[in-house]
Design a protein around this ligand. Structure first.
Ligand code: TRP
Length: 400
């Protein structure tokens, strides 16, 4: 009996939900399997080429390197765009901690590029209510974190004339709430248990939350922005762990007379220790934070970043590094914009001519610059600017 239980645990499938990401024992997240299980589509080269053509600019590094690797109906959004129909972007953040790590910045950096390249409006949901319920934070603390996180989001460079940031605690009501109720009426308890795995022990706040994250997918939730534009399409850039919310949303959309929201989905930013899940906010050595000093970054990369290099210089020269498991190479893939340089490093390191120390040194430079730039940008974000982004107001020049 005991033995049987143990082997069951060992064979356990990877888990990817909005609240938990874990690879199969000892392995990496299997993204092909995820695409199959979730039923989304792979984002292939022809789609990337199409984005480049339509926006008349090179595709973003996170697109070129396959970090955003899956989608739902993204090609429909591009078809419509080609016909002259615009869309709006929707993304969000659950404000559970004060300091963001690099993984948190990934969707926002990408969303900023999309907003600029397509010249479209953007709504950003801060789910302070979600984190209050899941993380056992007080209402006040969740709201404070939402405002602090808004500053980091604004520091990514969003255009205030095209961006509306809102906290659920402040904004939910009116037309947004009407949509929540319409959505909720279309989803049975069994359905939500099937999608999210809630149990009888979970409080009813959790069970009732999914419509809150679904509602921004419909333009009528924002009458001050999209009044009379119920047909406007929505594109959601997010990490693939958010897919369950939007599977549910897409399921109910036609019944409410809306387009299904389209999605463009990323893989997870791996922890320093290796690619077995996403970074954990509770383990400071697993991630680089935007608040880390240059010295912190250097120490963390040198001490903790999992290396695919060989155990001795002789062996390394002979066999080369295993790039598949090497975290510095993975991180450079996210943030080193220069394709030729990355290719050069991969070749030299893979052949053993370059050592782990040299690769880590380059990564430290790249990350230090990124973090310094973010810190400088965040320091210029004032409370007035946060108020401006969060004000319920029309957005001038939304589509131009
Ligand atoms: N639930 C998300 C989180 O915990 C926040 C979120 C809300 C979100 N709406 C979204 C993320 C839309 C991506 C897209 O981080």
């Amino acid at each position: 009996m005991e033995i049987e239980k143990k082997s069951q645990v060992e064979e356990e499938e990877q888990i990817v939900t909005p609240w938990e990401v874990a690879a199969e024992k000892g392995g990496k997240i299997d993204y092909d399997k995820l695409i199959d299980r979730f039923g989304c589509q792979r984002l292939d080269q022809s789609l990337i080429d199409r984005v480049a053509r339509l926006t008349r600019r090179p595709p973003h590094v996170l697109l070129r390197r396959g970090v955003f690797f899956a989608h739902r109906d993204f090609s429909d959004v591009l078809d419509a765009y080609e016909r002259g129909e615009k869309f709006y972007l929707y993304t969000g953040r659950g404000p559970s901690s004060e300091a963001l790590h690099l993984g948190h910045l990934v969707p926002f950096m990408f969303t900023k590029y999309l907003q600029e390249a397509f010249k479209v409006p953007l709504v950003i949901q801060l789910t302070d209510d979600e984190k209050c319920m899941w993380k056992n934070l007080s209402v006040e603390e969740s709201q404070r974190l939402a405002r602090e996180n808004a500053k980091d989001i604004i520091a990514c460079g969003f255009d205030v004339s095209r961006t509306f940031i809102f906290s659920d605690f402040d904004y939910v009501g009116g037309s947004f709430y009407k949509n929540m109720v319409k959505i909720a009426k279309c989803v049975t308890y069994n359905k939500v248990v099937g999608i999210f795995g809630f149990s009888g022990e979970d409080h009813i706040g959790k069970v009732s939350f999914p419509p809150v994250q679904a509602a921004p997918s419909f333009p009528s939730s924002f009458p001050h922005l999209f009044s009379g534009k119920d047909n406007l399409r929505c594109l959601i850039p997010c990490a693939i762990d958010q897919d369950p919310y939007f599977r549910m949303t897409r399921d109910v959309a036609p019944r409410l007379g809306y387009h299904k929201p389209a999605l463009i989905e990323s893989s997870f930013f791996p922890a320093l220790q290796g690619e077995t899940g996403k970074m954990s906010a509770s383990d400071p050595t697993s991630a680089i934070y935007v608040t880390d000093s240059a010295k912190d970054i250097k120490n963390k990369i040198n001490r903790y970043a999992f290396s695919g290099g060989q155990d001795s210089i002789e062996n390394h020269r002979k066999y080369g590094a295993n790039l598949e498991v090497d975290i510095p190479i993975k991180y450079l893939g996210f943030f080193l914009d220069d394709d030729a340089e990355l290719e050069h490093i991969r070749t030299e390191y893979g052949a053993g001519r370059m050592l782990t120390g040299e690769v880590k040194k380059r990564l430290v430079e790249v990350l230090t610059e990124l973090v310094e730039r973010h810190r400088r940008a965040r320091a210029t974000v004032t409370d007035e600017m946060v108020d401006a982004f969060m004000a319920v107001r029309p957005l001038p020049n939304m589509f131009s």
